[in-house]
Design a protein around this ligand. Structure first.
Ligand code: SF4
Length: 382
């Protein structure tokens, strides 16, 4: 199948550890950029403050970790060490700040290490509510968003009003709708857009202003929708686990080559956090709060409304998947703890699953290929 036009540029962006797109944006606009560690940040609030949110996702296997080992333990996940290495080697000097959220204890500690090592940056830590069913959570989260808004205003020197917040929400809704089209293609015609190409499309959001990403996605989706390709006899799976540290692109390729169609996944969840558009007809921060509490996807770093056991079975049904591939980053506790709960639910419902561990610097994939092929055969010939 011929390579899609957007793949080359999207891969260049993903591999650009110097963030040249961001540097160009800063030069052209005179604006400021704030990095954020993966999973969720309220990008709408950052955008409304006229700051550029930049997704910082570690070294993706393209960076040797030398200096970071003097600041964090060697037994933490790769993304933590390589993100710190990016900072210590000056690759993030173009950022004016960094935001971390309470996804896990390692990310929490990294925010402290960051503040100590990069005093020139404004470091923010967003405390998200753990109990989403308590009435107090909405009050608390709205206050936390207000606090962040104030801190971002201080960084940019721009006062954020209700109109600018609504406008930003509207833009991110457009991005969400296009990303939903990408995932609709994955669910309905996965042979038109391989999982690793879809991933690169989403990942481009980490480097680009949302306005550029919307145009990029629109062109890419039109290109994919106009293409034809033959369906393969692959089995449909959900890919769970890589919500924070990013798996090597080669691993995603091998999963499909070995006979799976990844019809939905937990990759880069921050860009698809809400299950529907954020309303633009009420108070903006209240709408973001309600969307976070009521309409967020299942994630290991957020306490769910529905029990995890039920939620994974519902997701499986919605995606029309017949199995689950757990792909956890080495030393990622949230992913490994949830795996235990999910696997019990899948075993009780007689759903096939398999578990793989990955790390950024992984370079041989043959054993992964063999494991996935065996998994596929066990389903096909059951
Ligand atoms: S990969 Fe897992 S353990 Fe590491 S920072 Fe992310 S959520 Fe935390």
């Amino acid at each position: 199948m011929q390579q899609l036009d957007f793949i080359g540029p999207a891969r260049d962006l993903a591999e650009d550890l110097s963030f040249s797109y961001v540097a160009r944006w800063k030069e052209e606009t005179g604006g400021r950029a704030i990095g954020h560690f993966p999973v969720y940040v309220p990008q709408e609030v950052i955008h409304a403050a006229e700051l550029l949110p930049v997704g910082v996702m570690g070294g993706w296997g393209l960076l040797e970790v030398d200096y970071a080992d003097s600041r964090v333990q060697s037994f933490v996940c790769s993304i933590t060490r390589s993100t710190l290495e990016l900072g210590l080697t000056g690759k993030l000097d173009l950022l004016d700040g960094m935001i971390f959220t309470d996804i896990c204890d390692v990310a929490r500690n990294l925010s402290g290490v960051w503040a100590r090592n990069f005093p020139q940056m404004q470091v923010e830590y967003l405390h998200l509510p753990q109990n989403v069913t308590s009435e107090a959570s909405a009050v608390y989260l709205k206050r936390e968003l207000e606090r962040l808004k104030g801190r971002l205003e201080r960084l940019s020197g721009v006062e954020v009003d209700e109109d600018s917040l609504q406008e930003s929400i509207g833009l991110y809704n457009q991005q969400r709708e296009l990303l939903e089209r990408v995932y609709k293609i994955r669910r309905e015609t996965p042979w038109l857009l391989p999982a690793h190409d879809a991933y690169l499309l989403v990942r481009a959001a980490a480097h680009m202003p949302v306005e550029d990403h919307i145009g990029f996605l629109r062109r890419a989706v039109e290109e994919v929708e106009g293409r034809s390709a033959k369906a393969r006899d692959n089995i449909r799976v959900l890919l769970m686990g890589p919500f924070c540290e990013q798996p090597p692109l080669e691993l995603l390729k091998i999963v499909e080559e070995a006979g799976c169609y990844v019809v939905d996944d937990e990759l880069l969840p921050g860009y698809r956090w809400y299950t529907s558009s954020v309303p633009t007809d009420g108070n903006a921060l209240e709408s973001l709060t309600q969307s976070y509490l009521e309409r967020a996807r299942l994630s290991s770093v957020r306490f769910p409304k529905k029990r995890r056991r039920e939620a994974i079975l519902d997701w499986l049904k919605e995606a029309g998947a017949s199995g689950v591939l757990f792909c956890s980053a080495k030393f990622c506790e949230p992913a490994l703890y949830d795996y235990v709960l999910y696997k019990e639910a899948l075993e009780a419902a007689d759903v096939p699953y398999m578990h793989l561990e990955f790390e950024e610097k992984m370079s041989t994939f043959e054993s992964v290929r063999m494991q996935v092929e065996t998994f596929v055969e066990s389903i096909l010939f059951a």
